[in-house]
Design a protein around this ligand. Sequence first.
Ligand SMILES: *Cc1c(COP(=O)(O)O)cnc(C)c1O
Length: 498
Amino acid sequence: MNNRLYGNLIFELSKSGRKGYSLPQNPYHYATSDLPATLLRQQEAELPECDELTVVRHYTNLSHNNFGVNDGFYPLGSCTMKYNPIINEEIAAMKMFAGLHPLQPVETCQHALELYFRLQESLAELTGLSEFTLNPCAGAHGELTGLMVIRAYHESRGDHQRTKVLIPDSAHGTNPASAAVCGLEVVEVKSLPNGQVDFDDLQRLCSVCGDSIAAMMMTNPNTLGIFEHAIPEITALVHDCGALMYYDGANLNPMLGACRPGDMGFDVMHINLHKTFSTPHGGGGPGSGPVGVRAGLEPFLPTPRVMMADDGSFAVVPSPDGEQSDSSLGSIGAFFGNFGVMVKAYTYILSLGRENIKMVGPLATLNANYIKESLKDVYELPIEGLCKHEFVFDGLKDKSTGVTTMDVAKRLLDYGYHAPTIYFPLLFHESLMIEPTENESKETLDGFIDVMRKIAEEAKTDPELVKTAPHTTPIGRVDDVLAAKHPITTYKQMKNEQ
Ligand SMILES: *Cc1c(COP(=O)(O)O)cnc(C)c1O
């Protein structure tokens, strides 16, 4: 931060002729290739030329400007930014996993197929569903895949008119987006003041829409961190219409060990491995959004699938030259999905084991309630009562100071904390959504509570300090309106003086 190289782009540090590394002659140089002349470069690519130490310092300094779960407390609600144990990375980096090729013969990668198969089985057991596909690459991709399964199911029964999806107004934005991408029409279900689905509104919608409903998408606990108590009534109502229940399992963390979506009557769900099973997104890795279905829906799952044969060996179905089954969706992405995330998720499941994994949900819930109860006298708690893994404040309790949720979030950066999720969900004006996960010690939670109280105090005694935060970060408060209205999306290269 304190040297003059800080803040430059690697291109700005470039000096013509400087070398950090010399590569062997490239025999495939474009000038000697068979590519048509129109496709060839007219001039050499302008790559930065720097010595090795400058490169190392540049990227090391950049990495210090990042804030990850390994840097400090990261209470980003709805994102389950939980610790990714080191052993996950060690196992995923083993040559037998990291060195695989997706097209290598199945006899040579039985260990990887077994891991894949066992993870499918573990997820089925943890959720009470029948079978899983691990192919989808993120939560939203899982939602789309799950809705495609539901649509395929209805179409297999000649129910072509089922084109509507019921989605509560508290849902994550990906839910209506996935429904729209799947070509389905979104019908919004209202929430009650207590944050739960308005059952009367749902009843009305079901009687109006009836056999045009394909599915209802629900998140439980919902994005307010509240457990939907009417699930048995809701699933019965939706099933009576002939529609299926979709469970957005991105919030599965507080359910681990406590209850299972399959037992609650859900038919299809996705899981965010990169939330509930460590490897948090934003930690530099890709995601994974496995989709599970209840018995009877398995034939619609996408391919390829990994199955165990009678002799205990593992097979890919269909084999690369085999026939696709009639009902399967077919491929929904490249090969098998993001295998590295699966290795980490399975490592995480095995490290915890059958008994300890039951503690995840209850501890995540305890931590969230501890913070909520410790702060609700200074922050506005719009919905009282027990929450699950996360909860939402509606800004500071004392609104007279003019200090907003944005200001509180920025001031937290000065104290070395990642900000919670802000202005989501949209149900409140000053939403501040906090999710601590189960991994944090009581000391960490107490430290965060102290700082949140301190900021509430500053808002009274020195509101300007909070309104102009952050003060200790390399870049202060950015003008987000200007950035949105006049985005500069290209970088103009400044030539270095030689
Ligand atoms: C994170 C999240 C999603 C989307 O998952 P991605 O992997 O980011 O696509 C969907 N629903 C809920 C409730 C979420 O929290």
